[in-house]
Design a protein around this ligand. Sequence first.
Ligand code: FPP
Ligand code: MG
Length: 296
Amino acid sequence: MSTSSRLPLINRAAGRIAGAGGKRLRPALTLATALALGGSVSSRVVTAAACVELIHAGSLVHDDLMDNAAERRGVRTLNAELGDARALVVGDFMLARAGLVALSSTSKPVAETLAAVVVELAEGQFQEAAELFDPDRTFEDALRSITGKTAALFRASCLVAHPAGRSMAEYGERFGVIFQILDDLLDLASTAERLGKPVGNDLRQGVYTVPLLLALRHDHDDLRSFLGRRLSEDEIASLLARLRRSRMVDDTLEYCRGLASDALASLPVIADPRIARVLYGLPSAYIDRAQALVVA
Ligand code: FPP
Ligand code: MG
């Protein structure tokens, strides 16, 4: 079963996004899990890894549409290139195609896991959209949303790799939560020059993320006056400056380090020392990278 369409325009659009690069972190996690638990990678596992990446890429097409974003990974987004309507259905196509390929070329449990994760992605993203500009959004609300919209796919990346993938699912989910929290932290605490993309987007869109909600724990009145409404560019600059002076960066990195240590504690015994090194090192490598990218 191929992932392509009988319509060349859809192939070109989906191929542009799938070929635009990215770290391929989720399929790498699938392959690493297969190696960690079974010592080898079968063609079914490679297919499952490709389906995971196709779901991720399809969900980003929808995300860019919802964000009205013009560029991702240095490439114009499909909504900018083709308009919202066509981008929407190319995203649908990619998700549906991933489901079909999984059904025909992996196994029933793998296809079920991938179908279930699309539901979780949609629910997590819906929750975020429903809570935009909500001044009462809690830390737990934000955590629940990112567990669905991001960490669920990291968890599934492990689950689809091997019948014993469950033993690594907790690791995958915790790493996914760390990954999203660091992405959210950089949006508040780095610079456009360092990231290669604008910062403050979450504030602009009214997404009150885990790092912001951690900062609010210590500084209620000053920061709270910026919540619950659209902000001008001057207000965003002022709020970013306040957040950078607050305990946000330290508290967020500390929270992530706690999650990383829980993630490592949930890893099973891994016979291959090279794979063990990669999996043990991954969460802290991401935390160190984020720390290097925040402005002092
Ligand atoms: C990127 O996060 C977005 C996601 C990880 C999830 C996107 C999920 C959907 C759009 C749900 C709909 C999709 C399906 C599967 C039906 P971000 O917006 O925080 O980060 P970024 O835009 O800066 O990359
Ligand atoms: Mg987005």
